[in-house]
Design a protein around this ligand. Structure first.
Ligand SMILES: [Zn+2]
Length: 146
């Protein structure tokens, strides 16, 4: 399971895997000594707090996967910076996203070839619990980029 995390981000470490009937929860954290403030570029080693962010990922053996990321909030020590705190940056998910980029890509591939209603059915059968609206949003994003 840790390899699955490493393929998203080599700094991710598995804390605990909770395997249920239909879902697998992977508690994970990033192990780095310092992080870079996205607002000013200064690095910081001072952790303010840790909060949990749930991110859906691709299924494993037909079980839906949720990554429970123990995400760190850092102090920015740069006195010229407009922010006092920043959270660590993740490469595998949008800033406010709840799905890994590779899961979004998978849903997009399914939805491009059928109606949103059918896509919702396929996706909800063992890939991820999402609504029609989410599917339409994912498709719209694709159109905007092309
Ligand atoms: Zn800063």
């Amino acid at each position: 399971m840790e390899e699955l995390l490493k393929s998203l981000d080599s700094d991710l470490v598995l804390i605990e895997a909770v395997v249920g009937e239909e879902t697998i929860e992977l508690h994970a954290k990033r192990e780095t000594d310092e992080e870079t403030c996205p607002y000013c570029g200064a690095t910081s080693k001072s952790v303010h707090s840790v909060y949990r962010k749930t991110i859906s990922d691709l299924p494993i053996q037909e079980k839906m996967v949720k990554i429970i990321l123990h995400k760190r909030l850092f102090f920015c020590r740069n006195t010229d910076c407009s922010r006092a705190l920043f959270s660590e940056t993740l490469s595998f998910v949008d800033r406010y996203g709840r799905r890994t980029n590779r899961l979004t890509k998978k849903i997009k591939e399914i939805a491009m070839n059928m109606s949103a209603r059918s896509a919702k059915k396929v996706v909800n059968e063992g890939i991820s619990n999402i609504s029609d609206d989410t599917i339409l949003r994912i498709l719209k994003k694709t159109t905007d980029h092309s």
